[in-house]
Ligand binder design. Structure first.
Ligand SMILES: [Zn+2]
Length: 310
């Protein structure tokens, strides 16, 4: 039908084209978004892993045993096992003190992290509960939040966790998953290194266990501070733990680094780690360690030794 107001144009026909035909064509041409969260590629063996199966196996590859990174929330659930735990609110700290900007504003990066992980969050979460019937405070790093980098907020969270452990006469368990200090906070982030060491000392001085679980990755300023002073140091299989990256070291010393350098197993072989523990055994291992350290009535009794008898 001719449109009288605009000679030469077929108005109803156009409506039919734009309302009916075009959407049909678009539907055929446009690619349907494929859900990209159904499968995850294992970084160890490159096999595609079905997400539901992977989650059920605590994000450990069934094929090669590679331990994929997990969120701090998942970490808390795994460490506390079936037990209840309570996350604590962490002290508010100064935001973007240097008004830092590289390719993007630091404040934008913070906002982005908080959109994903909740308002007020930063790279460390702290919770308390019981492991194997013994009180425990866990501070777990969130790698998703700016690579788990340690700035003022993360340092403050570690101090808060230590204070809580002292208050509750609980063990302190720290779980780093971090690229190191947060460069956007400059020297303030470096100051968190001695602060977190002091936090660990606070717990040790009270005779409470300070346990570190090294996870992938533990590098930079985090590996050079509280992460290396645990009474007992555990590590997840395959975790990269070191100060500087392997490539940087290789280029500096002009030598080929040994096989498995900076991996949990290598550190265990060289006495830096006490035990490499698969993720599925973390809860029971921690319960056993806390039992050994804290049980009021240990299974074995110490025999008195008469002077001169030996
Ligand atoms: Zn694998």
């Amino acid at each position: 039908m001719l449109d009288e107001s605009a000679p030469g144009r077929y108005k109803p026909a156009m409506n039919w084209l734009s309302n009916f035909v075009l959407p049909k064509i678009r539907a055929v041409v446009t690619k349907k978004p494929v859900p990209d969260n159904l499968w995850t590629k294992c970084l160890g063996c490159e096999q595609m892993l079905f997400h539901r199966e992977l989650e059920a196996n605590l994000r450990v590859c069934r094929n090669c045993g590679h331990h994929l990174r997990i969120s701090a929330d998942q970490r808390l659930k795994i460490l506390f096992g079936e037990g209840d735990f309570t996350r604590i609110e962490l002290p508010k700290t100064i935001v973007d003190p240097l008004k830092f900007r590289d390719r993007r504003r630091y404040s934008d990066r913070l906002r982005e992290g908080q959109t994903t992980l909740g308002a007020g969050s930063d790279a460390v979460v702290v919770a308390h509960g019981e492991i194997g019937g013994f009180p425990a405070v866990v501070a777990a790093f969130e790698f998703q939040f700016m690579g788990g980098s340690m700035g003022v907020a993360a340092g403050e969270a570690v101090v808060a966790a230590a204070k809580l452990a002292v208050l509750q006469e609980a063990a302190l368990i720290l779980v780093p998953a971090s690229g190191g200090a947060r460069m956007q906070e400059g020297a303030l982030s470096l100051m968190q290194m001695p602060r977190t060491i002091l936090a660990a000392d606070m717990v040790k001085e009270k005779g409470l266990p300070y346990i570190v679980l090294l996870t992938d990755p533990t590098t930079g300023g985090v590996s050079a501070s509280f992460a290396m002073v645990g009474d007992i140091t555990l590590a997840e299989p395959g975790a990269v733990v070191g100060f500087a990256g392997a490539r940087v070291i290789e280029e500096t010393i002009h030598e080929k680094l040994p096989e498995g350098f900076q991996r949990a197993e290598y550190l265990f072989d060289h006495g830096m780690v006490d035990l490499v523990v698969p993720r599925a055994e973390l809860h029971t291992t921690l319960a056993r360690i806390l039992g050994l350290l804290r049980a009021p009535n240990p299974a074995a009794t110490a025999a008195a030794v008469t002077p001169g008898a030996l």
